[in-house]
Ligand binder design. Structure first.
Ligand code: MG
Length: 459
């Protein structure tokens, strides 16, 4: 099956070469937003946020209705995206009483031994760039330049870290956050170029950096990882966007990211690269609901960032590669773990030996509309599995609010939801389907028994 599929891919690629005169492997652009919720795009049903560029990207590409980040918070989600592995394997998640993300004074980071998709692609001859937020470690071995990126420009961690002494509590969720409230540095290839970074210009600068990288590398295969700092609080938009959105400051920042994405797709078209570049747009986790009107929306999904309810981990995802990828809406469950093996397959690069990947190659789903055999997706909160999805069914064995004081509730045998029928997770069906509950409990137990945790990195 896999062999057959690779032949199919080869055909797609050779076909592409013959018809478009392309003589090289495809380029990849991954646009990763921060805390953008499932309901925060026009194409996802938001009534007042205007995202014409992303709406068009979705109309021309594949929009995933059931795409998951691999963790409900920043650091583990990013580790999983770049490695194709549940963050527990790399130690990049909350373990026991450790923190849930990296902080400026954290000694840990993405272990040097982890193989990132950037390393895989660079080894195969790709030019690689990281632009935007990193949040996978600031120490040698863990930085972007140590993890496969030829060049890096952006913030080392979240834009609400490095708060200045005496900053008013709650300043991050203010509709007018103080420009000098956070001393977060802007780095280029490891050197501080501005501190504090002017956060109103981050999206603009990230966009310019991305456009320059694309134009400078149009003659060779490239991988661009553009990880926006927005719309994570404190929210800042450039003068062109500030005050323009009907959805307030949150909307201003999302509409600026929408315009940025439009500029990147336009540049790919103008350079003749669009038909040979796979662009993926998604988010690192759900909306941060405790930030008042500065937090986004999970639409009809339950809860948000930090939680393993759908709103915490199911996020918008659009893939775009005009000519190769047919316009479609895909409801196959797919996750950020799948990006590593999928890009490797499309670029025809062998997977690294001896690395236990948790993702699968989903190119047949994306390129051919195929369905995948049922496989479990595990919703980890830190080092614990809270829920598992297989096909339409999701079983929660623990639940807890994303933020707020409540302790975890343990469910035995569990809360069972049929997600296509009940996307808001309101109607527990466990009593009607004991065989499904038993099967999912078995999968959770097997996963717990088989995954070896890495040394904790988030102490
Ligand atoms: Mg985030």
């Amino acid at each position: 099956m896999k062999r057959l599929f690779l032949h199919g891919l080869l055909f797609v690629w050779i076909f592409g070469v013959c018809t478009h005169g392309v003589a090289r492997p495809p380029n990849f652009v991954v646009i990763f937003t921060d805390d953008l919720g499932y309901g925060d795009l026009g194409v996802q049903g938001h009534p007042s946020l205007r995202t014409p560029n992303l709406d068009r990207m979705a109309a021309e590409g594949a929009r995933f209705t059931d795409f998951y980040s691999a963790a409900p918070v920043c650091t583990p989600s990013r580790a999983a995206l770049l490695t194709g592995r549940y963050p527990l394997r790399s130690g990049m998640c909350q373990m026991g009483s450790s923190r849930s993300v990296l902080f400026p004074n954290s000694p840990g980071g993405l272990p040097p031994g982890e193989v990132t998709v950037a390393e895989l692609l660079r080894e195969a001859g790709y030019a690689t760039a990281h632009v935007g937020k990193w949040h996978l470690g600031i120490h040698p071995g863990s930085r972007p330049q140590d993890q496969g990126f030829d060049q890096t420009f952006g913030l080392p961690y979240s834009n609400d870290m490095d708060a200045v002494p005496g900053l008013t509590k709650g300043a991050a969720m203010s509709p007018q956050p103080p420009a000098d409230g956070w001393n977060v540095p802007l780095l280029r290839n490891g050197t501080v170029v501005e501190q504090p970074a002017d956060q109103t210009l981050l999206t603009r600068r990230y966009t310019d950096e991305s456009l320059a990288f694309i134009r400078a590398h149009k003659e060779r295969p490239f991988f661009l990882y553009l990880a926006h700092s927005m719309p994570h609080v404190p929210l800042f938009a450039s003068p062109r966007f500030k005050g323009r959105s009907a959805r307030g400051l949150y909307g201003d920042t999302v509409e600026e990211i929408d315009a940025s994405t439009g500029e990147i797709l336009a540049a790919l078209r103008a350079e003749g690269l669009a038909e040979n570049t796979l662009v993926i747009f998604t988010s690192d986790n759900g909306p941060w609901l405790t930030q008042g009107s500065q937090g986004g929306s999970a639409g009809l999904l339950r809860e948000g960032k930090g939680s393993t309810w759908e709103g915490g981990m199911r996020v918008p995802c659009i893939a775009w590669m005009p000519g190769t990828l047919q316009p479609s809406v895909i409801s196959e469950p797919v996750s950020a773990l799948d990006i590593f093996p999928t890009l490797a397959a499309i670029a025809e690069i062998a997977l690294p030996k001896g690395v236990e990947l948790d993702g699968r190659n989903v190119a047949p789903v994306v390129l051919e509309g195929a369905s995948m055999p049922d496989r479990p997706f595990f919703y980890y909160r830190g080092d614990e599995i809270y829920a598992c999805r297989v096909g339409p069914w999701k079983l929660h064995v623990r639940t807890r609010d994303g933020y707020g004081g409540s302790a975890a509730e343990v469910h035995n045998p569990g809360l069972l939801y049929h997600l296509p029928n009940d996307p808001s997770e309101r109607h527990d069906r466990a009593a009607n389907h004991p065989e499904v509950v038993a099967r999912l409990r078995g999968l959770i137990a097997a996963q717990q028994a088989s995954v070896r945790p890495g040394p904790p990195q988030l102490q």
